[in-house]
Design a protein around this ligand. Structure first.
Ligand code: 9D3
Length: 253
């Protein structure tokens, strides 16, 4: 997959795309991330990319022309058709379902806003989709683009090792993950649950499933409501509830 990012901070995007799983995916040619700076396509000695808000009020708005020229160049750089996705607080919320859908595309173009955002006429003419990453205020679209690149990049075929295969993802089966432990099995902060040391893989599987169900129930009941639990899952969750009577949430209790 090829991802072109239109941003006033191309170095930030390049750095993010160079790290960890995503950086390795790029090295292996599974993912290509290219950053484009509209400032380099802006006019005049000052290379202006913004102006004041029409109608008055504080803040600045990104100009149409530098973005329009940048998008035209981006499209010319490869023949592959690509949707333009504007990262914006006004967008629909990004979900793992949406990530899975986008990950199948051969290419996408991400548009990052700064200041109060982009002139609405550019959005109307050039943008196919607006996406937000959540209900909190960022200072620009770059971090949101980095989030999307990471989420989509790790789903590219061959990007993940067996150990972290996408099939095991929390959210792909709609549940939170179970707790994880490593050595030492006995520590000042507590012991590793005995079942994990038992070698009984069926019992370990049941324990993990129970923890996943229980944590989803206590921390993210909204996720659990979307699922229709089977009989075995329902029984495991009931057991968890009995074992955790009195705890409304378990963190640090
Ligand atoms: C303080 C400015 N706000 C006035 C009510 C509006 C505003 C404009 C621009 C708020 C945030 C931003 C910059 N944010 C993004 O570009 C952004 C974003 C976000 O802030 N939250 C969640 N997802 C995203 S995607 C892009």
């Amino acid at each position: 997959m090829r991802i072109d990012v239109v941003t006033l901070f191309p170095e930030f995007v390049r750095q993010c795309a160079g790290l960890g799983v995503i950086g390795r995916a790029a090295e292996r040619g599974l993912l290509e991330v290219e950053a484009w700076n509209p400032r380099e396509r802006a006019e005049g000695g000052y290379r202006r990319i913004d102006d004041s808000v029409c109608g008055g009020g504080p803040g600045m708005v990104m100009l149409i022309e530098p973005l329009r020229r940048t998008l035209a160049e981006v499209r010319k750089a490869a023949a592959t058709p690509a949707p333009v996705i504007y990262l914006s607080p006004q967008g629909r919320r990004l979900t793992q379902e949406k990530v899975q859908e986008l990950a199948k595309l051969p290419r996408m173009i991400l548009l990052c806003g700064r200041y109060e955002g982009i002139d609405e006429r550019l959005i109307e003419r050039e943008v196919d989709e607006e996406l937000s990453i959540g209900d909190y205020v960022l200072s620009g679209g770059e971090l949101a683009a980095a989030v999307l690149i990471d989420a989509v990049g790790r789903l590219q075929e061959g990007a993940l090792g067996d150990a972290q295969s996408a099939a095991q993802d929390s959210f792909s089966d709609g549940l939170l993950d179970c707790p994880h432990y490593t050595r030492p099995v006995s520590h000042d902060y507590g012991d590793v649950p005995a079942v994990l040391l038992s070698g009984d893989h069926a019992a370990i599987g049941r324990w993990r499933r129970k923890q996943a169900l229980g944590r989803t129930w206590s921390r993210r009941p909204d996720l659990l409501e979307k699922l229709a639990l089977g009989q075995d899952d329902q029984r495991l969750l009931d057991e968890f509830k009995l074992e955790h009577k009195g705890h409304t949430h378990e963190q640090n209790h």
